[in-house]
Write a protein that binds this ligand. Sequence first.
Ligand code: PFF
Length: 451
Amino acid sequence: MGKRSQFSSNFGVIAAAVGSAVGLGNIWKFPYVAGQNGGGAFLLVYLLCVLVMGLPALITEMSIGRMAQTSPVSAFKKLTGNNHWTFIGVMGVLSSFIVMSFYFIVAGWTLEYICQSISTLSFSGMTSDELTEIFDEFSTNSFRPYIWLVVFIAVTGLVIYMGVQKGIEKGSKVMMPLLFAIMLYLMLHAFFTNDVSEGYEFYLKADFSKITPTVLIQALGQAFFSLSIALGIIITYGSYVKEGNVVTTCLQISILDTLVAFMAGLVIFPAVFSYGIEPSAGPELAFVAMPAVFSQMGGGIVFAILFFLLLALAALTSTISLYEALVAMLNDTFGIKRGLANLIVGLAVLTVGIIVCNSINGHSIFLICGKTCFDWCDLITTNYLLPIGGLALMIFFGWVYDQKKVHDALMEFGMKEWFYKIYIVLVRFIIPIIIILVMLNQFGIFENLKN
Ligand code: PFF
């Protein structure tokens, strides 16, 4: 095994981790999940989930990576000297793979929408019904989504081939601030030119009666998904880190990631209500609402192209992290050369991507219990694998691994004693208990007890 790559600076790690965190999950997934789960009620639960569970989980993963200095599958063996906890790493790798099988498809949609922005002159004069029709026609087309899927996988593979530093670090440094700026502009534009009251009311006013166990699991899964937690990604990045304060780094990542998702809601929900789009429309929401915004905006074409381009780039920094984790795993664990590992991952993702794409196309052989493979991949990862992976991480770090070593490592990584006291209670008790209750509820245990 060669010497592990290092990021040239702490900023490089933050940029790359933010690059992994900020992506389609913030701008595409967050608004539609919020729309399906009561708007303001979801937002409130989501923010609490990030603070109470997301941040500590992020710190845990980053610390494990930094302590082990190797990729997720090998990390647990290196720390404990046995194979009992390797399953967390294996589960993370499996989850990354399932996430990739639908994430690359949506990433491909962003490329289509760059082209559509040009060919339709930023969707000028189109109604929301026409925009929905365009989306449906495209996403079920038997040619174009596949082409974009191939393009996106190829570009990701190429960046990985070029290496950790050159590929990930340089790109993230420029792209993330630019995406942030354009979201801010769109948010202010909506505020000053539209009637935002209905959208804001839906998104910002929490109706407590809408907080249900489903909202909780969706918010928890989404928080983990958005922060790229429980997939081993952050362990991989942590393994590239040698210095810096782990708490500050993770806090910065969480704040930036949450801010982008929050801003996406502030752009999308006013548009949803102004243009008569259903907030619970599902995965198509951003791809209908955003074009609706651009269709009415002065200089819309410039903004449309820029927005979808930056969204594609944000998706790219996330696909890079998913892809890199698998390549690093094949390299560290099985000793497969990075070039070959890159090819294997690319072909494997392409194969499942094609199957998932076919299921959206409505080919009934790819429907399972009436749901598409796309929906299943999303559901299995968000509602099951990520929470269970998070739970396993907490149990490992809070109970199984030598607590003196945990304490010493966290102090060495810059955590303050008072913060440690809160952190360890969350990791040992609060987070596992919440996840266990949510999972039991998912499996219908409480329903059965009531009957
Ligand atoms: N966090 C990314 C997003 O919000 O778009 C998606 C993602 C990337 C999830 C990497 C998980 C992951 F490991």
